[in-house]
Ligand binder design. Structure first.
Ligand code: DON
Length: 581
């Protein structure tokens, strides 16, 4: 351990030295020296930067930035590339959210390209005859598939805020699908885990597996000719290439043969929506994040406001006092989520009331620094264990003009519904499970949804995705961040913000620091490996049930540091990369 630390220290020293030497020789102002005590170093670059969960996508985005494209150009290029190189999360058959900061206009917008329920969906769609919720239907049947939003949303962003043409944005994806790329260990591992179900899907089997459910070997070239063809259609015809014509027909034929209810009209009528961001302040910074149908922004801001009166920085990172306070705030926010949140195009969400500082102060009125409030005293419910599933993906991109994109998108589970319509190369989502199959019954992440998140034709299912942009007191981009991780997305994003703003960590430290999570129900405090046993003992003494579980999230973040961008990919995922120029 000591040896490892020493090696890390020398590597860090060399990196800082190298970065400063490069900057000085290029005549640029040198990057800020990060103290010798820093445990981890971010990537530095003066102009633009891309942080994604997969190396090819980062490289493709960086090339667009280097050619003079803006952050939106690079973001759309990265997203289409991930549809090829990170198929378990970035597949075209999913949906997501993009927050864009337009520096020149000093405006931040949110693009909602979340999946919608097919028109024929209804609140009892996922119930068994006895009235209980049937997770097999909402997660692994053709009914689990929501109308995908990715293609429409990404092209909307490009056409509205980008500068390059569609063909350029799709070019790296088309090449990688056609010519292939080497299977990484991470991709291989994800295919091993998905094999029991994914191998049973004939089209997916042909792409990803050899005989006997063995994935293509590490280092073998993975080619996806059908996906290349679909991407080429999109490059030629725009969204119509996906939502109408042969790709749409093959998708609908496939789903209907399996008992699905999605129609050609559902696909043809899919539209992304631009929404005002949900915004608030935290210690002099302005946070812009995703409004409903994501719950992410609302609860991120709720938690920040609940903890703002206290001196989190003074308590110190990892102290029992700060973890206790933040966990108690998390519980109260997630309790609200179970009742008040849903798609605002269909139901009323009392946004301003939920974010009202007086209300949030009232929520914390019964907070005790000496004892955890049991979940059932916050609001009634049934404890259940959240399932693991880490297969959404986030990326952050900034450019030389100060524009920023924070994007999280998903097909829900790893490889989504684990279904691929033959001839399309497109993996389909199982995001319908994010609806409350039966209000009050938890979804795959143990999240309780309320009446407002009941299934309804055309409605968007509630999400936890929290792509966020934090501005400094001058209105310039301070931090771009977000994460996958199901219900843990909100608290993971929160901790990157608190680690940078309150604890003064650089972005690499803020990313690597151990995380914790509480979602009200089930009533336990989930912690990653890395907290002091003494701290955990104190937390137990306050009444928290502590469970040390798998790593949470995969943040891809960029922070401004003087005239430099600093970025960090989460070390929790092996293929991620941050590059700048
Ligand atoms: O939208 C949501 O909240 C979920 N469908 C996200 C799923 C997820 O993050 C899976 N794992 N990383």
């Amino acid at each position: 351990m000591n040896q490892l630390r020493r090696r890390g220290h020398w590597l860090s020293v060399r990196l800082v030295f190298l970065a400063a030497a490069v900057a000085v020789s290029a005549g640029a102002e040198p990057p800020p020296i990060i103290s010798g005590a820093a445990r981890f170093h971010p990537v530095f670059a003066p102009n633009g930067m891309a942080a994604t969960q997969e190396r090819h996508a980062t490289e493709a985005a960086l090339q667009v930035l280097e050619e003079g494209g803006n952050a939106v150009d690079a973001a759309v290029t990265a997203a289409f590339t991930l549809s090829v190189t990170l198929p378990r999360a970035g597949a075209l058959g999913g949906g997501g959210f993009m927050v864009v900061h337009l520096a020149e206009e000093d405006r931040t917008i949110a693009i909602d390209y979340r999946e919608t329920a097919p028109a024929a969906a209804h609140r009892d769609l996922f119930l068994r005859e006895d009235g209980t919720a049937d997770p097999a239907k909402s997660r692994f049947s053709a009914l689990a598939v929501g109308v995908p939003g990715n293609v429409a949303g990404l092209l909307h962003a490009l056409e509205s805020y980008g500068t390059i043409d569609r063909g350029r944005a799709l070019a790296p994806a088309i090449t990688l699908a056609e010519e292939g790329f080497p299977v990484s260990k991470d991709l291989f591992d994800s295919l091993v885990i998905a094999a029991p179900r994914l191998f049973r899907d004939p089209a997916a089997r042909e792409v990803f597996y050899t005989r006997f459910a063995a994935p293509r070997a590490i280092g073998e070239t993975l080619r996806q000719p059908d996906l290349a063809e679909t991407l080429r259609r999109i490059a030629d015809e725009g969204a119509a290439g996906y939502y109408t014509g042969p790709v749409a027909e093959k998708t609908i034929d496939f789903l209907r043969e399996r008992g699905g209810i999605m129609t050609l009209e559902d696909l043809a009528e899919y539209r992304p929506v631009e929404r005002p961001t949900v915004s608030g302040t935290y210690r002099g910074h302005t946070i812009h994040s995703m409004p409903p149908p994501s719950s992410g922004g609302v609860h991120l801001l709720q938690i920040l406001k609940m903890i703002e009166p206290e001196d989190i920085g003074g308590m110190g990172f990892g102290s029992a006092r700060s973890i206790h306070l933040m966990a108690e705030a998390m519980k109260r926010a997630y309790a609200d989520r179970s009742v008040h949140l849903g798609d605002t195009d269909f139901v009323d969400v009392p946004l301003s009331e939920l974010l009202d500082p007086d209300y949030l102060a009232r929520c914390m009125a019964d907070f005790s620094p000496r004892a955890a409030t049991p979940a059932d005293e916050i609001s009634p419910g049934n404890p259940l264990h959240p399932a693991e599933g880490d297969n959404t993906t986030h990326f952050s991109i900034v450019d030389a003009q100060g524009n920023a994109v924070s994007n999280t998108y998903s097909i829900n589970f790893s490889y989504g519904a684990q279904m691929m319509a033959p001839g399309t190369g497109v993996l389909l989502n199982n995001t319908m499970d994010d609806f409350s199959a039966k209000p009050g019954t938890p979804n795959a992440y143990g999240l309780i949804g309320g009446e407002k998140n009941a299934v309804e034709g055309g409605k968007r299912m509630l999400s936890s995705m929290t792509p966020s942009i934090v501005l400094d007191s001058e209105g310039a981009v301070f931090l771009v961040t977000g994460s996958p991780g199901g219900s843990r997305i909100i608290t993971t994003t929160l901790q990157v913000i608190v680690n940078t703003v309150d604890h003064g960590m650089n972005i690499a430290e803020a990313t690597a620091a151990p995380r914790f999570h509480h979602q009200w129900l089930p009533d336990y405090l989930r912690v990653e490996n890395g907290f002091s046993p003494d701290t955990l003992e104190i937390l137990r003494g306050l009444g928290h049930e502590i469970r040390e579980m798998d790593a949470m999230g995969s943040t891809q973040s960029i922070q401004s540091s003087g005239n430099w961008w600093t970025g960090a990919s989460d070390p929790r995922r092996p293929d991620a990369a941050t590059l700048g120029h």
